[in-house]
Design a protein around this ligand. Structure first.
Ligand SMILES: *Cc1c(COP(=O)(O)O)cnc(C)c1O
Length: 430
């Protein structure tokens, strides 16, 4: 697409944007009544206006029905997670029986590791991204230790080539092949939280399987961002949180995918709880765990109605917008931001910033990560002063995520303007 650095061009794209009205379905944070240009959807997505009523409904049913709400609430709590299943399955490209909403991300990652990281003396290694999100690092280290192995020995971290910021698919696959005799698990993000790089999940899964290993993904930054095909890619398991691109509230609930070939294997070891037990006889309170078929068999506890109520409201907007259309807009929106940043930087030779996120749209989602040498924090502060909310990652990265659900092309245009005014200020003061 041929972009132009003008307000008229941005406004034209907004006029042509069939998803533009979805912005009105969200509360846009503001300072002194003036809305921010919100670029932190990768960290905490915005509140759907329908969330309030969704919570209110459950509070009202609880007030009026008490325990009877389990069966008589408008959305009976007993079966609440079923209300989410079809929507979630469509969102991540799974069969309904392959997904379940429960707990939080890191807890779910551990539950999946119980079933899918089953090291032997000879096959015990895990391949993961170097500098993965800390929770994933801690989860992997503690799992490895739990099985009596040394993390330094068992965890292989993928590192970019010298002078590069992101990983090459060939290098990932070569590393997997190299360990075909001792590899138990490949555990990657779908999109790296720091660089914004989207991985080729299908190629990685195929390589893991060829090497005799399991392929699992942390989709915290991929769910609601990329078009996923977890079933067709033959991924073994995946987990994600719902408070980032899925707009389901701080600390919100989490999603799990278990491929049906594992989900229907009751012999697979797992940490069990009563909500994973066969629904038909759950309340018979009998001894002897009999797992539900599919991902539902990993549930531990009765459904967390309030976070799930928000998630349900948030998912309804994804259903209306459609992930395919969101993704099409996202590629344009992020492409526009990339174009503007390069354009304003190109006009100014003193600037020292690099977009480290891959330029190829198939290798990224919404987010662009920008390394700003020397005084990145000053640029970040300048953006905030201009009513723009990106986020800052030590030591020198600004992450910006224009989100197709609620960001406009005009938002992105204004980011370009603010960066330009910062650069101009720098040249005049130096
Ligand atoms: C956001 C994020 C988490 C957070 O985990 P919680 O258990 O929800 O706190 C974990 N891993 C990755 C890759 C993330 O991006």
């Amino acid at each position: 697409m041929q972009y132009q650095n003008t307000l008229a061009f941005a406004q034209q794209l907004d006029i042509e944007d069939s998803l533009a009205s979805f912005r009105d379905q969200y509360y846009i944070p503001n300072k002194n009544g003036k809305p921010y240009i919100y670029l932190c959807g990768n960290s905490l997505g915005l509140q759907p206006k329908t969330a309030f009523a969704a919570i209110e409904q459950e509070l009202k049913d609880w007030a009026e029905l008490g325990v009877e709400g389990h069966f008589n609430a408008k959305n009976p709590w007993m079966y609440y997670h079923h209300l989410l299943t079809d929507k979630v399955a469509r969102l991540v490209g799974a069969k309904p029986s392959e997904v379940v909403i429960m707990n939080n991300l890191t807890a779910n990652l551990h539950l999946m590791m119980v079933s899918f990281y089953r090291p032997t003396k000879t096959r015990f290694k895990i391949i993961m991204e170097g500098s993965a999100f800390p929770s994933d690092q801690y989860a992997m280290e503690s799992q490895v230790r739990f099985h009596g192995f040394d993390p330094d020995d068992a965890i292989i971290e993928l590192k970019p080539r010298d002078g590069e910021y992101t990983l090459n698919t060939e290098d990932i696959i070569a590393k997997i092949n190299e360990h075909k005799n001792d590899l138990a698990l490949v555990m990657m993000g779908g999109v790296n939280y720091y660089t914004g790089q989207a991985f080729n999940m299908k190629a990685i899964t195929d390589a893991a399987h060829k090497a005799g290993a399991v392929a699992g993904f942390d989709l915290a930054h991929a769910a609601g961002n990329l078009q996923l095909q977890l079933h067709n890619w033959n991924v073994d398991f995946a987990v994600w949180c719902t408070y980032k691109y899925l707009n389901s509230g701080p600390g919100g609930t989490s999603g799990v995918f278990v491929n049906e070939q594992h989900g229907n294997n009751p012999g697979l070891p797992r940490f069990a709880g009563w909500w994973g037990h066969d629904e038909k006889e759950r309340f018979k309170m009998k001894k002897g765990f009999k797992p539900m078929e599919g991902a539902a068999g990993w549930q531990l506890s009765n459904a967390q109605i309030f976070p799930m109520a928000i998630h349900k409201a948030a998912l309804e907007l994804f259903e209306q917008a459609g992930m395919e259309k969101l993704r099409m807009k996202s590629e344009k929106l992020t492409g526009f931001l990339e174009y503007l940043l390069k354009d304003v930087a190109g006009q100014n030779s003193t600037v020292n910033f690099t977009i480290i996120t891959p330029s190829n749209p198939t290798e990224r989602g919404c987010q662009l990560s920008i390394v700003v040498k020397n005084d990145g924090r000053k640029l970040f502060d300048h953006l905030q002063d201009n009513h723009i909310l990106p986020d800052w990652r030590e030591p020198d990265v600004i992450r910006m995520s224009p989100v197709p659900m609620y960001n406009s092309f005009k938002d992105v245009y204004k980011v370009g303007l603010a960066v330009k005014s910062y650069l101009n200020r720098e040249t005049t003061t130096h």
